[in-house]
Design a protein around this ligand. Structure first.
Ligand SMILES: [Fe+2]
Ligand SMILES: [Fe+2]
Length: 247
């Protein structure tokens, strides 16, 4: 029994593809490539965490075929909310869990038990700019209004993440893997409220997605910092091979 993770499937079986960069290269037939890798790797008892940005559909009706695909993947599927997941009203996570009970688990304000670990998580948020650069490509300023708005979103996501950790802790869990859709830090930060929360609870790993394309893969932390292992699992970074998180 193992835990695997990957993010950013960006499925669009019945909706419009809104990112032109997701057509060629590693994105070509990515649904089939990913399904093939999953079939070769995952056993029914394994857990597959899908770290957000599941579908380009704007609502549940536009996601039906995407959900049929996700349901057909092997393993027990745990879903995180991505910034593009319009079908997922943050206030209706319990309703989604009711609707897909026993088939999919939606991770927000709750946790998923795996052996003596709790898989905790939330969408997260990171202020990604715009940053303004000088001629030497040094950051000299940034969009302060966007940054102020980002602070509100970060606070809301931190509250949700704490609810997730506390629900697990209340049930006796002391070992945690923390999942985010957004990277825990932006290109200017060395730590953030999310990395501090991971350290506060003693999370062993922080697993995140959202960063697409060569130029974005190293926007945030990779490797070990203050005893926490950080891993990017966006699908194009992994070339659609699910990342082993826990064996
Ligand atoms: Fe994405
Ligand atoms: Fe995203």
């Amino acid at each position: 029994m193992s835990v695997y993770a990957i993010g950013d499937l960006h499925l669009h079986f019945q909706s419009e593809l809104k990112a032109p960069g997701q057509q060629g290269g590693v994105w070509k037939n990515h649904e089939a490539v990913f399904m093939h890798h999953c079939g070769a790797l995952l056993r029914p008892e394994d857990v597959l965490v899908l770290a957000g940005d599941h579908s380009w559909g704007r609502n549940m009706a536009e996601c039906e075929k995407d959900f049929a695909y996700i349901l057909s993947l092997p393993g027990r599927k745990v879903l995180l909310r991505g910034n593009h997941d319009m079908f997922w009203d943050a206030k209706k996570t319990a309703a989604l869990n009711g609707r897909f009970e026993g088939r999919l688990f939606f991770l927000q304000n709750n946790y998923y038990p795996y052996r003596d670990y709790a898989l905790v998580g939330t969408k997260g948020f990171t202020f990604e700019g715009p940053f303004y650069l000088n001629a030497r490509r040094q950051v000299v300023d940034w969009d302060r209004a966007a940054e102020a708005h980002a602070r509100q979103l970060v606070d809301r996501e931190l509250a949700r993440l704490r609810i997730s950790f506390e629900a697990a802790r209340k049930d006796g869990f002391r070992k945690y893997i923390m999942f985010l859709h957004y990277p825990p830090t932006n290109i200017l930060e060395r730590e953030s409220a999310f990395t501090l929360m991971a350290e506060e609870y003693g999370a062993e790993q922080v697993v995140y997605a959202h960063c697409h394309g060569q130029s974005r893969f190293f926007d945030s932390i990779q490797g070990t910092l203050h005893g926490v292992r950080y891993r990017l699992v966006s699908g194009d970074y992994l070339a659609w091979q699910p990342q082993l998180i826990l064996d």
